[in-house]
Design a protein around this ligand. Structure first.
Ligand code: UDP
Ligand code: MG
Length: 322
């Protein structure tokens, strides 16, 4: 059965890779069309996440000249997850199924056939899972794998070694659209949607050109968001920690009383200061973590829009807007 497939590609300052990426995606889409696996209404939807280079000019040029390409421009940089969501929610209106992939050709385009195979077998969500991590630096590999393990420990259900290369059916996207949270961590939300899912293994390549848009700082922020948006375990740890410290201080108090009773009164300034520091630090830490959740609640309560679309161009779909 032929599907109307949308490939959603978030792009942030990707002028170096876009010409090659668009060429390869076009090749792939044409092959799929020739095999009768996708309909002529299928598109490659390139989402410009507020780039500061020529990314939008390239996307606009492609969408203007070739009906296979559609372009979506966000009003400013909102980050990978929001850009992806904007693309998915736009594609949902037209497509039967959507595959999201990175602009830098790290996600193997040849795996698309296998995604469609799994979808044909009835899967609403197909996760692309990296078979190995040879192309990563040892540091990235270590931090990434540590991240998945830590997330599991924290009780967040995510698919090991799966990033955002995945197929979602229209039904799954409808489900996703009902998750209104602002702190977006798609890898955590998609498994919550449910429906039949499946996995496809692929080899992740090196970034084709340009630089990673995920420096360590952003990666850490992303991981922290992932944990605090899905898990209340950190709060529980605080309670347990508080309980343990309370028990320890009761014992310490008893010990101190004994010391006083036996006459060694002034036991020292050092231990006093040490205790103050320890508790001060602990309280700060706990307050910080609690504050993180309050901050999140605050953001969710405000329910700000997660993205605003500045321009959408999808030729032959009779809805070109400028
Ligand atoms: N990206 C985005 N907005 C951002 C940062 C990244 O849309 O603020 C896109 C980027 O263009 C790419 C994808 O997200 O298509 C993944 O980013 P990148 O390849 O830099 O991350 P890495 O593969 O190094 O983790
Ligand atoms: Mg990349």
């Amino acid at each position: 059965m032929a599907h109307t497939l949308y490939l959603v590609v978030p792009c942030y300052n990707e002028q170096e890779v876009l010409p090659e990426t668009s060429r390869r995606l076009k090749q792939k889409m044409e092959a799929l069309l020739a095999q009768g696996r996708i309909t002529p209404e299928s598109r490659v939807l390139l989402v410009d996440d507020g780039s500061r280079d020529d990314t939008w000019a390239i996307i606009y040029g492609l969408s203007d000249n070739d009906p296979l390409f559609a372009g979506l421009k966000l009003s400013r940089n909102r980050g990978h997850q929001n850009a992806l969501l904007a693309g998915l929610m736009t594609a949902k209106e037209k497509a039967d199924c959507v595959i999201s992939l990175d602009a830098d050709l790290q996600d193997d385009v040849e795996a698309i056939d296998r995604f469609l195979d799994e979808h044909d077998k009835g899967a609403d969500v197909v996760y692309g899972v990296r078979s190995k991590r040879d192309t990563d630096t040892a540091f990235k590999r270590l931090t990434a794998e540590g991240f998945y393990k830590f997330m599991k420990l924290m009780g967040v259900d995510i698919v090991f070694n799966h990033a955002d290369y995945r197929l979602m059916s229209r039904r799954a996207l409808e489900g996703l659209s009902q998750y209104k949270e602002v702190n977006l961590f798609l890898r955590g939300i998609v498994p919550l949607i449910g429906y039949k899912s499946s996995q496809v293994y692929y080899e992740r390549h090196e970034r084709f050109a340009g630089q990673s848009k995920y420096p360590l700082k952003k990666m850490l922020a992303f991981a922290f968001d992932g944990i605090t948006s899905f898990s209340v375990k950190p709060i529980r740890f605080i309670c347990i920690l508080g309980l343990l410290i309370f028990a320890a201080s009761v014992l310490a108090l008893l010990a101190l009383l004994c010391v006083k009773l036996f006459g060694f009164t002034v036991t020292g300034w050092t231990s006093l200061i040490a205790t103050i520091c320890l508790f001060g630090g602990l309280q700060m830490l706990c307050l910080g973590i609690i504050g993180e959740y309050i901050g999140k609640t605050y953001q969710e309560v405000k329910a700000r829009p997660r993205f605003l679309i500045e321009q959408y161009i999808n030729r032959q779909a009779a809805d070109k807007e400028e």
